[in-house]
Design a protein around this ligand. Structure first.
Ligand code: GLV
Ligand code: MN
Ligand code: MN
Length: 400
């Protein structure tokens, strides 16, 4: 297959924020983010989209339909990355939307409903502790507390926005309503498609998630002079806590628990710590099970005499995809002889914020070895193109 425009764009955008080890770090409201915006803006204009940036920094490319008063079809994904991430997560869905529009124009298609291709701002949330700022703004879900969240350097989300020429005080102007449907193509970030030899995953639902910063307190002291017996070392308590929460997650077929960041205080080799903080990212498509885990953890803490504080960082209810859109995606795959499989998404996506606003349609393409959120993330050009073609046909069906 000769190089497609989609593949060329993926590789060009993948140079922005590229680290010396080959990974990509493209955090929101940074110079890299600004460079990425410029590139995407250019791609959108080349596809003859009318481009604008909303008050939250979402990049929106508009293809006005012949019935502009009808609710628009939204399609897109995010263009930020996690720290040391890869070049497909998010960007594929956005660039595929732009490419789909270019091809539809080439075919002479004219939409009846307006199509909005959206590059969502800050989905990953590595900078401010919670993500999906762009899609939450469009759905009117960003709170004043969210805006006051600070990054590692003490810069608030609100100040970071202002420094990027955005308008946190005008976030309400980002709201889009009513919306006909929201479509998102994404890499799978797991192994189901690869293991089943499928190019397309038709997503039936997205797992709910809860994220906390957790503090466990202990009793500080001299590492040499304090006998082992009778210590209340928070690092040891944390280890027991982590073993227990991961055991509870593993005992359910659809639940995962991850501790991604740990800090000890004061954090010196010869001091028993005073307290530890760490992150918990707990997810399940069976949402009530998240609360079962949390309740069992409270019981475990009481039984083991632990002092534990929970600071809630993010809570996202599970989201079901629209059955009708799933059926349409299936029909498109059958017609094009693309091997497909139904699946669920363990990862969070911008589309899930639209669950109470409009039908959601999500399509996955395979991730080699299931790798994601790391530099080895890879999807073949053929699979990227197939995913884009399914998205294109869905856009056509939904906008006519
Ligand atoms: C985003 O990739 C998330 O699921 O955390
Ligand atoms: Mn991601
Ligand atoms: Mn993503």
């Amino acid at each position: 297959m000769s190089e497609t425009i989609l593949w060329k764009h993926l590789n060009e955008l993948g140079q922005i924020g590229r680290e010396t080890d080959g990974s990509i770090t493209r955090f929101p409201f940074t110079h890299e983010d600004f460079l990425a915006e410029k590139k995407i803006w250019q791609y959108m204009e080349e596809a003859a989209l009318q481009v604008f940036r909303d008050a939250a920094g979402n990049l929106i490319g508009k293809w006005e339909g012949s019935a502009p008063d009808e609710p628009p079809v939204l399609c897109g994904s995010h263009y930020d990355t996690v720290r040391n991430g890869g070049m497909f997560d998010g960007t594929l869905g956005l660039l595929a939307g732009i490419e789909a529009v270019r091809l539809l124009r080439q075919e002479g298609f004219q939409p009846r409903r307006t199509i909005l291709i959206v590059g969502f701002k800050d989905e990953e949330g590595n900078r401010f502790g919670f993500g999906m700022i762009g899609s939450k703004s469009i759905c009117g879900m960003v709170s004043a507390k969210d805006l006051s969240a600070k990054d590692q350097n003490g810069i608030s989300l609100s100040d970071a926005m202002i420094q990027s020429g955005l308008y946190p005080e005008k976030l309400k102007t980002c709201i889009l309503s009513p919306i006909h449907c929201m479509l998102e193509l994404h890499i799978e970030q797991g192994k189901v498609l690869e293991e089943n030899g499928c190019s397309i995953g038709i997503v039936s639902g997205i797992a709910g998630l809860i994220r906390y910063t957790i503090t466990i307190c202990g009793t500080s002291g001299h590492s040499g002079a304090t006998p082992m017996h009778g210590r209340k070392d928070p690092v040891v308590l944390m280890s027991q806590w982590i073993m227990h929460v991961t055991k509870l997650a593993a005992s359910h077929k659809n639940c995962v628990a991850t501790i991604g960041s740990i800090h000890t205080f004061p954090g010196e080799c010869n001091i028993i710590c005073d307290h530890v903080t760490f992150t918990l990212d707990l997810r399940s498509t069976d949402e009530p099970y998240l609360y079962t885990v949390l309740n069992e953890m409270k019981q475990f803490e009481t039984e083991n005499n632990m002092t534990v504080h929970y600071q809630l960082e993010q809570k996202l209810p599970a989201a079901l995809c629209d059955e009708n859109l799933c059926q349409k995606a299936e029909d498109i795959c059958k017609k094009n002889h693309f091997p497909f499989i139904p699946c669920v998404s363990g990862a969070g996506h911008d589309a899930m914020n639209f669950r109470n606003h409009c039908p959601i349609g999500m399509v996955f393409v395979p991730s080699r070895n299931g790798y994601s959120h790391r530099k080895e993330e890879y999807t073949s050009p053929e699979d990227c193109q197939k995913g884009m073609l399914v998205l294109k046909e869905l856009l056509k069906l939904e906008s006519c």
